[in-house]
Design a protein around this ligand. Structure first.
Ligand code: GDP
Ligand code: MG
Length: 252
């Protein structure tokens, strides 16, 4: 088979899920283009293809908007890794992962791995003062006793740009995900490895996030290859109306 044709076949699928505005598209842009581009609202979904060693990994962006929500489970079908993304300054965005997005992953592979990612870490106040990004997993102390009472601006009455979600909350969600998936905590990747805090704005932890997952899905690629030696992987054309950058149309 010609190399150009082979290069277009994704070996494995990674999907990024989460509420609107948490920074899913920005994280993908930051990783793929090494910059924070002006993002436009994602319609339906879009994907990138990343070559990782001899393998091609498709990275699927999704729309967090309600009207495209039904597409989420379609995008998760056959996924080997799912990034569940929230905004560290928005408690509700973490709650939504469990309430709305986790069930969409029912169509993912049985050996799918899950990462819980808190984006916009640059907005925490004071910025990253108590955090250490070394090693991919930031460690920080909570800024206030209860995440249920986020700080409120005295002038506007709206929450200030500050941390509303603690790392412990994300770790607890990861553990609930393992239970939901009926996965054994002892044989699953540990929460400390699978919970990240990132900034698509500064790039903090973004490469570490994606590349940790790429390395972790390699066994899944080998398994799928050995299971279906005879049947080829799905060609990009098979994904229907989605273009290699952005969908044009919406959905019901
Ligand atoms: N400060 C900050 N803003 C971000 C970050 N990531 C995304 N944004 C901004 O948040 C908004 C929504 O980002 P977008 O990637 O479109 O979110 P999506 O709806 O989840 O795809 C945009 O204005 C981004 O510039 C980040 O890490 N830090
Ligand atoms: Mg988007």
């Amino acid at each position: 088979m010609p190399e150009t044709k082979r290069a277009r076949r994704p070996d494995v699928k990674l999907v990024i899920l989460g509420d609107m505005n948490v920074g899913k598209t920005s994280l993908l842009h930051r990783y793929m283009d090494k910059k924070l581009s002006d993002t436009i609202s994602t319609v339906g979904g879009a994907f990138y293809l990343k070559q990782w060693g001899p393998y091609n990994i498709s990275l699927w962006d999704t729309a967090g908007r309600e009207q495209f929500h039904g597409l989420g489970s379609m995008y998760c079908r056959g996924a080997s890794a799912v990034i569940l993304t929230y905004d560290v300054t928005n408690w509700q965005s973490l709650a939504e992962l469990e309430e709305r997005f986790l069930s969409l992953t029912d169509t993912a592979n049985h050996d799918c791995i899950y990462a819980v990612v808190g984006n916009k870490a640059d907005l925490t106040d004071p910025p990253n003062e108590e955090e250490d990004y070394e090693g991919g997993c930031p460690i920080h102390k909570p800024h206030y006793a209860s995440h249920l009472t986020p700080p409120v601006s005295p002038t506007t009455g709206s929450p200030v740009a500050n941390r509303e979600v603690r790392k412990e909350d994300a770790v607890a969600l990861y553990q609930r995900i393992l239970r939901y998936k009926v996965l054994d905590e002892r044989s699953s990747p540990p929460a400390e490895k699978m919970c990240f805090e990132t900034s698509a704005k500064t790039g903090a932890n973004v490469d570490v996030l994606f590349e940790t997952l790429f390395d972790m899905v390699l066994p899944s690629i080998l398994r799928m290859r050995s299971e279906s030696e005879a049947s080829p992987t799905v060609d990009l054309e098979d994904y229907g109306p989605v273009s290699s950058k952005q969908t044009k149309g919406g959905c019901c």
